[in-house]
Design a protein around this ligand. Structure first.
Ligand SMILES: NC(=O)c1ccc[n+]([C@@H]2O[C@H](COP(=O)([O-])OP(=O)(O)OC[C@H]3O[C@@H](n4cnc5c(N)ncnc54)[C@H](O)[C@@H]3O)[C@@H](O)[C@H]2O)c1
Ligand SMILES: [Zn+2]
Ligand SMILES: [Zn+2]
Length: 401
């Protein structure tokens, strides 16, 4: 089959790899019809490369049609239409039963000290082959799937794999007051969707921050008050100006470890990315490597007694956090990989023809899987108005190369 394969920093290729087969009675094989590139993939493309091996298949936002199931899988059968959550989870352990599927105790990657195994997300998360491919093997398929109806286009459902539950959890953890102000840092797919969900839930004022025109415009068009990082000297001051001097009741960081605005760490990330893997891993797991510009804005802009919800991924072990300010301001901090299956029952009723969250038109680009290398480069550079790209396996390439 054809698959998007990691080869090195900023080097992904579409290649032939072996078709996946049923290995365990709990497995299923899915024929992938749509599969997205995520901001999390950009971390593997650059900073987290030390944890990848050439040949690893990327991708964790797929949906498609069930081809084959193992003997223990009774909940789905060939022909069913399914979205696959980005985490592999069993549905039966204590964590899964408590709605913490991204901490599943059956699939936890204990040798790395990590939570649940993730599709296509490096040895840190179990080296599970990913879903940017024509076919995907789904372990623990009895629970690791979301069945969706046939009929509407894939766009209606494909964001159930990651964007929707991640944004939903970000808002749930931020817990903004309806009469209050929610600040969302980063208007990529996650931040954009978090704004939409907060507005849908009736939050009075949603303020979004980014530095890319297309992203600011998209948010503005849906009723978000936007701040352009290129024009605003100090996000905290700008937010206090909008909130009678108090600050935002809740802040969502939808930026993550590659935030713009930390030139010193930017250099050290480049150094880490250029080191031989064994030194890079050692450095990342013992010292800080994250660019904390967005976290620092969050800590500054949140009001006293407010909440910060981190959905952006961070990776360093000893990043300097402003503990004194966090403590003094009595801030509540919540974070983590989204528990996909926990939020699906809340989200599914919104995926109707009325489309209150605008999922049908959410993708800015739909491209053949063969064009993944260019799509990764454009998405990283935030070029061509690219906010969310959906790849289609099996579609004929539109350009040479
Ligand atoms: N917690 C989870 O389960 C989960 C799931 C999916 C994605 N993520 C993470 O969420 C983050 C966002 O994902 P995405 O797909 O939207 O990625 P993205 O890279 O498209 O979006 C990030 C946005 O942040 C903006 N930005 C950069 N520096 C900023 C700053 N200092 N202040 C404000 N905005 C800034 C960028 O211009 C960009 O538009 C990533 O770190 C990703 O890994 C987490
Ligand atoms: Zn993702
Ligand atoms: Zn579990």
């Amino acid at each position: 089959m054809r698959a998007v394969v990691w080869h090195g920093k900023r080097d992904v290729r579409v290649e032939n790899v072996f078709d996946p087969v049923i290995q365990e009675p709990g497995d299923a094989i899915i024929r992938v019809t749509s599969t997205n590139i995520c901001g999390s993939d950009l971390h593997l493309y650059e900073v987290l490369g030390a944890f990848m091996k050439p040949g690893d298949v990327l991708g964790h936002e797929p949906m498609g049609i069930v081809e084959e199931v193992g003997a223990d899988v009774t909940a789905i059968s060939p022909g069913d239409r399914v979205v696959i959550p980005f985490q592999v989870c069993c549905g039966m352990c204590w964590m899964c039963e408590h709605g913490l599927q991204s901490q599943c105790e059956t699939t936890q990657v204990r040798e790395q000290g990590s939570g649940a195994a993730l599709f296509g997300y490096s040895e840190l998360y179990g080296s599970v082959p990913g879903g940017q491919a024509e076919f995907l093997r789904v372990p623990h398929a009895q629970y690791t799937h979301v069945k969706v109806p046939h009929g509407p286009a894939d766009d209606r459902f494909v964001y159930l794999s990651d964007v929707l539950p991640t944004a939903w959890q970000a808002v749930a953890y931020a817990d903004p007051e309806p009469e209050g102000t929610l600040l969302v840092l980063g208007l990529g797919p996650i931040g954009d969707m978090a704004c939409r969900i907060a507005l849908h839930r009736g939050v009075r004022q949603v303020v979004g921050v980014d530095r890319i025109d297309a992203r600011l415009e998209r948010a503005r068009a849906r009723g978000v008050t936007t701040l352009d990082l290129r024009e605003v000297d100090d996000v905290g001051d700008a937010v206090r100006d909008l909130t009678g001097g108090r600050g935002a009741d809740a802040v969502i960081d939808a930026v993550g470890m590659e935030a713009h605005g930390s030139p010193v760490v930017e250099v050290s990330q480049k150094v880490v990315a250029a080191l031989p893997d064994r030194f890079a891993k050692k450095l990342m797991t013992t010292v800080g490597i994250d660019r904390l510009a967005a976290v620092q804005s969050a800590v500054d802009a949140v009001r006293r007694g407010g909440t910060i919800s981190l959905s952006g991924v961070y990776g360093g072990m000893a990043d300097p956090m402003p503990m004194m300010t966090l403590f003094d301001k009595q801030v509540q901090l919540r974070m983590g990989q989204a528990n996909v299956k926990r939020w699906v029952p809340d989200i599914l009723p919104l995926l109707t023809d009325d489309d209150p969250l605008g999922v049908d038109g959410f993708a800015t680009h739909r491209l053949p899987l063969e064009e993944a290398p260019g799509a990764y480069a454009d998405f990283q550079a935030k070029k061509n108005g690219m906010v969310k790209v959906v790849l289609e396996p099996g579609a004929p390439a539109t350009q040479a190369g």
